[in-house]
Design a protein around this ligand. Structure first.
Ligand SMILES: Nc1ncnc2c1ncn2[C@@H]1O[C@H](COP(=O)(O)OP(=O)(O)OP(=O)(O)O)[C@@H](O)[C@H]1O
Length: 127
Protein backbone atom coordinates (compact mmCIF):
# COMPACT_ATOMS: atom_id res chain seq x y z
CA UNK A 1 0.00 0.00 0.00
CA UNK A 2 2.69 2.47 1.11
CA UNK A 3 5.03 1.31 -1.66
CA UNK A 4 2.28 1.73 -4.26
CA UNK A 5 1.61 5.23 -2.94
CA UNK A 6 5.29 6.22 -3.16
CA UNK A 7 5.57 4.68 -6.63
CA UNK A 8 2.60 6.67 -8.00
CA UNK A 9 3.93 9.89 -6.42
CA UNK A 10 7.35 9.25 -7.98
CA UNK A 11 5.71 8.64 -11.37
CA UNK A 12 3.75 11.91 -11.02
CA UNK A 13 7.03 13.77 -10.55
CA UNK A 14 8.53 12.02 -13.56
CA UNK A 15 5.53 12.98 -15.73
CA UNK A 16 5.79 16.57 -14.52
CA UNK A 17 9.53 16.65 -15.37
CA UNK A 18 8.73 15.19 -18.81
CA UNK A 19 6.30 18.10 -19.21
CA UNK A 20 9.02 20.61 -18.28
CA UNK A 21 11.40 18.99 -20.78
CA UNK A 22 8.70 19.23 -23.48
CA UNK A 23 8.15 22.94 -22.73
CA UNK A 24 11.91 23.59 -23.10
CA UNK A 25 12.10 21.52 -26.31
CA UNK A 26 9.17 23.20 -28.03
CA UNK A 27 8.67 26.71 -26.60
CA UNK A 28 11.12 29.46 -27.54
CA UNK A 29 9.56 31.57 -24.77
CA UNK A 30 10.76 29.06 -22.17
CA UNK A 31 14.38 29.99 -22.85
CA UNK A 32 13.52 33.67 -22.44
CA UNK A 33 11.79 32.83 -19.12
CA UNK A 34 14.85 30.80 -18.06
CA UNK A 35 17.20 33.70 -18.84
CA UNK A 36 14.90 36.15 -17.03
CA UNK A 37 14.68 33.79 -14.04
CA UNK A 38 18.49 33.58 -13.75
CA UNK A 39 18.79 37.34 -14.15
CA UNK A 40 16.23 38.26 -11.46
CA UNK A 41 17.62 35.69 -8.99
CA UNK A 42 21.11 37.16 -9.54
CA UNK A 43 19.68 40.67 -9.07
CA UNK A 44 17.92 39.57 -5.88
CA UNK A 45 21.18 38.22 -4.47
CA UNK A 46 23.19 41.26 -5.56
CA UNK A 47 20.66 43.76 -4.17
CA UNK A 48 20.06 41.65 -1.02
CA UNK A 49 16.26 41.93 -1.20
CA UNK A 50 14.19 41.12 1.90
CA UNK A 51 12.52 37.78 2.74
CA UNK A 52 9.19 39.26 1.62
CA UNK A 53 10.87 40.38 -1.59
CA UNK A 54 12.08 36.83 -2.23
CA UNK A 55 8.61 35.46 -1.52
CA UNK A 56 7.07 37.84 -4.09
CA UNK A 57 9.86 37.09 -6.59
CA UNK A 58 9.50 33.31 -6.25
CA UNK A 59 5.72 33.54 -6.59
CA UNK A 60 6.09 35.74 -9.68
CA UNK A 61 8.57 33.34 -11.29
CA UNK A 62 6.20 30.43 -10.53
CA UNK A 63 3.20 32.28 -12.04
CA UNK A 64 5.08 32.97 -15.30
CA UNK A 65 6.32 29.37 -15.62
CA UNK A 66 2.86 28.00 -14.77
CA UNK A 67 1.24 30.23 -17.40
CA UNK A 68 3.76 29.02 -20.02
CA UNK A 69 3.12 25.37 -19.10
CA UNK A 70 -0.68 25.80 -19.26
CA UNK A 71 -0.32 27.63 -22.58
CA UNK A 72 1.71 24.72 -23.96
CA UNK A 73 -0.93 22.29 -22.68
CA UNK A 74 -3.70 24.27 -24.41
CA UNK A 75 -1.69 24.38 -27.68
CA UNK A 76 -1.14 20.61 -27.62
CA UNK A 77 -4.80 19.94 -26.80
CA UNK A 78 -6.01 22.20 -29.61
CA UNK A 79 -3.60 20.63 -32.10
CA UNK A 80 -5.03 17.24 -31.08
CA UNK A 81 -8.72 18.07 -31.21
CA UNK A 82 -8.66 20.69 -34.00
CA UNK A 83 -5.75 20.22 -36.42
CA UNK A 84 -7.83 22.16 -38.97
CA UNK A 85 -8.36 25.89 -38.57
CA UNK A 86 -11.38 26.72 -36.42
CA UNK A 87 -12.49 30.02 -34.84
CA UNK A 88 -12.85 28.39 -31.41
CA UNK A 89 -9.38 26.84 -31.69
CA UNK A 90 -8.06 30.31 -32.44
CA UNK A 91 -9.86 31.75 -29.39
CA UNK A 92 -8.46 29.00 -27.15
CA UNK A 93 -4.87 29.52 -28.34
CA UNK A 94 -5.08 33.30 -28.36
CA UNK A 95 -6.55 33.53 -24.84
CA UNK A 96 -4.00 31.04 -23.49
CA UNK A 97 -1.27 33.23 -25.00
CA UNK A 98 -2.94 36.26 -23.41
CA UNK A 99 -2.59 34.52 -20.03
CA UNK A 100 1.18 34.31 -20.54
CA UNK A 101 1.25 37.96 -21.60
CA UNK A 102 -0.59 39.04 -18.42
CA UNK A 103 1.86 37.07 -16.28
CA UNK A 104 4.83 38.58 -18.14
CA UNK A 105 3.52 42.15 -17.81
CA UNK A 106 2.83 41.57 -14.10
CA UNK A 107 6.34 40.24 -13.62
CA UNK A 108 7.82 43.39 -15.18
CA UNK A 109 5.77 45.44 -12.68
CA UNK A 110 7.00 43.32 -9.77
CA UNK A 111 10.59 43.69 -11.01
CA UNK A 112 10.28 47.48 -11.20
CA UNK A 113 8.90 47.80 -7.65
CA UNK A 114 11.24 45.19 -6.19
CA UNK A 115 14.51 46.17 -7.85
CA UNK A 116 13.87 49.83 -8.73
CA UNK A 117 14.48 51.43 -5.29
CA UNK A 118 17.57 49.36 -4.25
CA UNK A 119 19.04 49.71 -7.74
CA UNK A 120 18.53 53.46 -7.54
CA UNK A 121 20.31 53.48 -4.14
CA UNK A 122 23.24 51.49 -5.59
CA UNK A 123 23.61 53.85 -8.52
CA UNK A 124 23.36 56.93 -6.28
CA UNK A 125 26.03 55.51 -3.92
CA UNK A 126 28.45 55.28 -6.86
CA UNK A 127 28.52 59.07 -7.23
N1 LIG B 1 -6.33 25.19 -35.26
C1 LIG B 1 -6.28 26.53 -35.33
N2 LIG B 1 -7.38 27.21 -35.71
C2 LIG B 1 -7.37 28.57 -35.78
N3 LIG B 1 -6.29 29.34 -35.51
C3 LIG B 1 -5.17 28.72 -35.10
C4 LIG B 1 -5.10 27.29 -35.00
N4 LIG B 1 -3.84 26.95 -34.60
C5 LIG B 1 -3.19 28.12 -34.45
N5 LIG B 1 -3.97 29.17 -34.75
C6 LIG B 1 -3.58 30.62 -34.68
O1 LIG B 1 -2.18 30.74 -34.83
C7 LIG B 1 -1.61 31.30 -33.62
C8 LIG B 1 -0.29 30.63 -33.34
O2 LIG B 1 -0.55 29.25 -33.05
P1 LIG B 1 0.60 28.22 -32.80
O3 LIG B 1 0.04 26.91 -32.48
O4 LIG B 1 1.57 28.30 -33.94
O5 LIG B 1 1.25 28.82 -31.53
P2 LIG B 1 2.74 29.21 -31.42
O6 LIG B 1 3.11 30.16 -32.51
O7 LIG B 1 3.50 27.92 -31.29
O8 LIG B 1 2.69 29.98 -30.07
P3 LIG B 1 3.93 30.20 -29.13
O9 LIG B 1 4.96 30.90 -29.96
O10 LIG B 1 3.38 31.03 -28.03
O11 LIG B 1 4.33 28.83 -28.70
C9 LIG B 1 -2.66 31.06 -32.53
O12 LIG B 1 -2.55 32.00 -31.46
C10 LIG B 1 -3.95 31.22 -33.33
O13 LIG B 1 -4.28 32.59 -33.50
Amino acid sequence: MQRAFLRTRWLSFRYAFAGIAYVFRTQKNAWIHALATLLVVAMGLWLKISATGWAVLILTIAVVWSAECFNTAVEATIDLVSPQKHPLAKIAKDTAAAGVLFAAIGSVGVGLFLFGPPLYEKVISLF
